[in-house]
Design a protein around this ligand. Sequence first.
Ligand SMILES: CC(C)(COP(=O)(O)OP(=O)(O)OC[C@H]1O[C@@H](n2cnc3c(N)ncnc32)[C@H](O)[C@@H]1OP(=O)(O)O)[C@@H](O)C(=O)NCCC(=O)NCCS
Length: 403
Amino acid sequence: METGYGPLNGVTVVDFTHVMAGPTCTMMLADMGADVIKIERVPYEADGSHNADDPYWINGVSASYMIVNRNKRGLPLNLKTPEGVEIAHRLIAQGDVVVENYRPGVLDRLGVGYEDAKKTNPGIIYAAVSGFGRTGPYGDRPGYDLMAQGMSGIMSVTGEGPGRPPVKPGVPMTDITAGILLAMGVCAALRHREVTGEGQMVDTSLFEAGIVQTYWHSALSFSTGTAPEPLGSGHPLQAPYQAITTSDGHITISAGGWMWGGFCKLVAPELEHDPRFDTNEKRMTNVKELEVILNEKMSVKTTAEWIVELEAAGMPSGPINSIPEMHRDPQALARDMVVTQDHPVAGEVPVLGFPVKFSETPGGPIKPSTVYGQYTREILGTAGYSDAEIDSLIAAGATADSM
Ligand SMILES: CC(C)(COP(=O)(O)OP(=O)(O)OC[C@H]1O[C@@H](n2cnc3c(N)ncnc32)[C@H](O)[C@@H]1OP(=O)(O)O)[C@@H](O)C(=O)NCCC(=O)NCCS
């Protein structure tokens, strides 16, 4: 394992995660330098992470596995064998953090739930993402991003307006946010343990990750008692703040507050003191009318031309990139948000970078994702198993060192 990088260098994480939310959390921890041991299923064919049920592969390796599992060391472990559970407990005893996102109760049944882990290592930080959190009336339910987006209210304010079919934001925002929240909780719990020696359970959910996306909309609802409606690309508190038509596509603009006057001078001087639009409140009331006018006024130039002018006036604006356009964006590249890794099977593969930059302890993608079984002997050897013991654990089906 590469060591000596990232602020979490020296922290060991035992990672019982799958799908997206849990792996996002452990990827964040790994990118900050933690040694993440990702427990995988035995045999290879049973491992849903490597054998993602999706059509995206790069040279025979699952693209979705590679993108959220870089920097981790995989360890196949059959937790339905006593030997597999024994290995897990040895890793927990030697580790700092456990992260999991199975259905609540699954890991308890397998003998590696919080109570079991705490007996093995009283200082363990045990972090879990579930659909709805471990308590409350939905505490036992399974969950996916789609349900969390629906139940948290996000889908009720997404899309082009009332009466249209429900629309989900195109990215799994509650999965990713829950993973980030859990990583935040782990860092805070590590700090608490450093001071007091005390471990603890850290518990968040997709549902709560969805609820915290609704600050603006909840404020609106608390204040008016009404249910906010979908606004397309618009904002519930400010106008104009939306996508507008240009001669070759769309542009995103934000021209509320002090920016309104300068924006009008560039786009439509007559609007600045127009009594329909001269305060934010009036622009909100007449937002549809304003949108029609701005679409007409801005459709005389290209998106790129408008961006040059708005940028020169110090006003935020931007194109609506496709995903490949985002991958080529010079700022994304300058911030190391799209980088390549040399994967032993897939070859040179692009991955997304780490979005937090540390001046003294830089993190980010160092190692490509694991080839199944690649680290088995290394991890078990470090945990104290002899070569002969590892051979017999493989023969017993508790672990594996190849596909
Ligand atoms: C995502 C989710 C709905 C999937 O449900 P599921 O496919 O039915 O999977 P479960 O979590 O119930 O269980 C997985 C199975 O793998 C088994 N398993 C997991 N790791 C194992 C290992 N290393 N060895 C042996 N068995 C293992 C479990 O025992 C369980 O099987 P069992 O029920 O026969 O005992 C569920 O895991 C969940 O709600 N997770 C929490 C919320 C979440 O993270 N959702 C996804 C966000 S991206």
